[in-house]
Design a protein around this ligand. Sequence first.
Ligand SMILES: Cc1ncc(COP(=O)(O)O)c(C=O)c1O
Length: 354
Amino acid sequence: MRRAMAEAEVGDDVKGEDPTVNDLQKTAAEMFGMEAALFVPSGTMGNLIAVMAHCRERGDEMIVGDLSHLHVYEQGGSAQLAGVHATTVTTRPDGSFDLKQLESKIRHGYPDPHYPRSRLICVENTHNIQGGRVLPLHFLQDVRALADQHGLALHMDGARVMNAAVAQGVPVAAILQHVHTASVCLSKGLGAPVGSVLAGPQDFISRAVRCRKALGGGMRQAGIIAAAGKLSLQEMVGRLEEDHHNVKTFAQALIDCQPPLFAVDMAAVETNILRFRVEDPTLSPEEFCARMGQVGEGEEAALGQGIQVLMYPHVENSIRAVWHLGISPEDTQLAIQKMQFVASQHLKGKVETQ
Ligand SMILES: Cc1ncc(COP(=O)(O)O)c(C=O)c1O
């Protein structure tokens, strides 16, 4: 990837003259089954541009999941920078919504001056907060039918949609056929150092180019990073299966830990994100993650080496762990050894204080 970056042919992408960026955008559009695509600096900017390009009148409204990244982790950029109002639907554990609730959120008052105008529905696939859950294809089909029925646009925050495609065993275009536009991260599991691609119809992408420039996302010789992004799409998708396998291996080890200390819903372990709980109230998620991250007393003697594993406390008292190309099956085995060591030390400490 570093070599591809060093050797990339470049030009001024603000003028559309960077051949490597153009190549990446063409590759992405073809792969996604979309008319056109645009290279953007981040997933956050990709989502914001999508909101701006779909909701063109100040005060337009979008419908988003209450646990979506767009709503929770993007600093309300749609409101503060795009002047777009959000209304939320409840995110179900699998990342989907109740269709009746979704429909009830669509406004019919326009042009009555009391109401904003519904313009956009956003879905997230895979769902980050819900632990990498994959949206069922029939759900996407139903949401699209609802959007079409009411003349709304449907955008997918597909930061990890490649993981969804691999988990479902379908080409990514089979997922994206159900949405009008999508933003896909080349970083994260696909391993590029930076960048996302926003894709959709040509007229949407033409508007998106203007929004990107207004947000300061027009980059000059961006081919250096686009070269890495192109490799991500062409060579890194196939290996995502390994991440999914590693997550399942670790999740099973949590379940098998003796004596039992962890709770995992195996049916919810679908891609490269794992959410689990510590069942013992005397070991908080914060304390567990801190112990996983540092080399404990007696660890080197017990395990033959010090092992540091980064995880972090997450919503509703859970713990979040993510796998990517930097974590091999061997690393996963080490993480399992460490988890078992932390669990045994905790239980030993409890017995000693009793
Ligand atoms: C679902 C989802 N969307 C968007 C983003 C934002 O991507 P970026 O960090 O590239 O801005 C993330 C980042 O974690 C994400 O998980």
